[in-house]
Ligand binder design. Structure first.
Ligand code: TYR
Length: 346
């Protein structure tokens, strides 16, 4: 694969690359490495899968990939995960992420998994964190983390340490590329600014789009109807997609189309499959799509109606998440330990 092809693979379906020139130079110079971090908080859903799917592109483009299970971060962010659940949630995230990588057509064995506590308590790391704390203002740090860390009237100190540690992770993991959802932008822009003063290099950043919620607007962790969970049964997926905001001809905030564009088509592409919309003969019969753009253009022109799109989209989404669902269905105990309130014994 030449540099142009590798770059193409790595940057497709992203919202922003900071900067394209740096990325090109990196690929021309040798073997790049990338990392993505996840704080093991709530249950993983299809939004995570969309972001994760790119790891398959990285691997195919010859990029070394590390997944950081940022256990301490999950606690530092307003105690989203209680300290004594960090281990259980980390184990659940690891299993779910392996399932997603596999479902995306790559081998989870090719990815290195690391936990935050494996290295964030090292002396060198800790000392550098104190030095960073001495040199970075509260307002700059708060601004950087505002899209990630939970905000409240009286924020904990943990939310300020959080972005500093995320910055130090880039260096500790020796990553050339920091990859994540575009909500991570503020933090990594801070990293680009301050890491060179702390013995590291500014990371090249690659941001994935955040999917809209199925009810229109943002996806919400607490609104079950706003997203497809990885453990949802085909019937539940059907039901959620059927209820989803998907007005005829409208592309804006249309979660169903976004799922197709950012998850279903990239995965079908790897599997060499096309997307089929089943439609009664009287309405023109089945439609077969090789690319998302064709779907969008038929949807906008009115050739493809939401009532026909939804059931086919639901079954394609179900198909894509099926291997992850399978993997998790054998792991009752993992889920019960990670989320005792929802899955634990009464
Ligand atoms: N901020 C990420 C999230 O929102 C988690 C993360 C933590 C990412 C540490 C990278 C990192 O180094 O889930």
């Amino acid at each position: 694969m030449d540099t142009a092809e590798r770059l193409d693979l790595v940057t497709r379906h992203t919202t922003e690359v900071v900067t394209e020139d740096e990325l090109r130079t990196l690929f021309e110079d040798g073997d790049p490495s990338a990392y993505i971090g996840y704080a093991p908080t709530g249950e993983m859903h299809i939004g995570h899968f969309t972001t994760m799917r790119k790891l398959a592109d990285f691997l195919r483009a010859g990029v070394d990939v590390t997944v950081l299970i940022a256990d301490l971060h999950a606690h530092l962010d307003d105690n989203k995960s209680p300290f004594d659940l960090l281990d259980a949630r980390s184990a659940y995230y690891e299993t779910a992420i392996e399932g997603m990588i596999e479902a995306a057509g790559a081998d989870p064995e090719d990815v290195t998994f690391v936990r935050g506590t494996d290295f964030q308590l090292d002396e060198e790391y800790t000392l550098e964190m104190y030095r960073m704390a001495a040199e970075t203002t509260i307002s700059r740090t708060q601004r950087a983390a505002s899209e990630v860390v939970r905000e409240s009237e009286s924020p904990n100190l943990g939310g300020l340490i959080y972005p500093l540690m995320q910055t130090l992770d880039v260096k500790a993991l020796d990553a050339d590329i920091a990859y994540g959802g575009v909500d991570q932008r503020g933090i990594y822009m801070l990293s680009r600014e301050i890491l060179p003063d702390h013995g590291g290099e500014s990371p090249i950043c690659l941001f994935a789009p955040l999917l809209s919620g199925l009810s229109g607007g943002k996806m919400s962790a607490s609104d079950e109807a706003s997203k497809v969970n990885l453990t949802d049964s085909p019937d539940e997926v059907d039901e959620k997609i059927n209820q989803a905001y998907c007005p005829a001809g409208e592309v804006e905030e249309n979660g169903v189309l976004e799922y197709l564009e950012h998850l279903v088509f990239p995965v079908l592409d790897v599997r060499g499959d096309s997307f089929v919309v089943e439609r009664p003969e009287e309405y023109g019969g089945d439609l077969t799509y090789e690319s998302y753009d064709e779907v969008e253009s038929d949807f906008v022109s009115g050739e493809l109606h939401p009532a026909d799109l939804k059931p086919s989209a639901a079954s394609a989404i179900s198909d894509v998440i099926d291997p992850v669902r399978e993997r998790l269905s054998d792991e009752d105990e993992l889920l019960a330990e990670a989320y005792p309130e929802k899955y634990g014994a009464e």
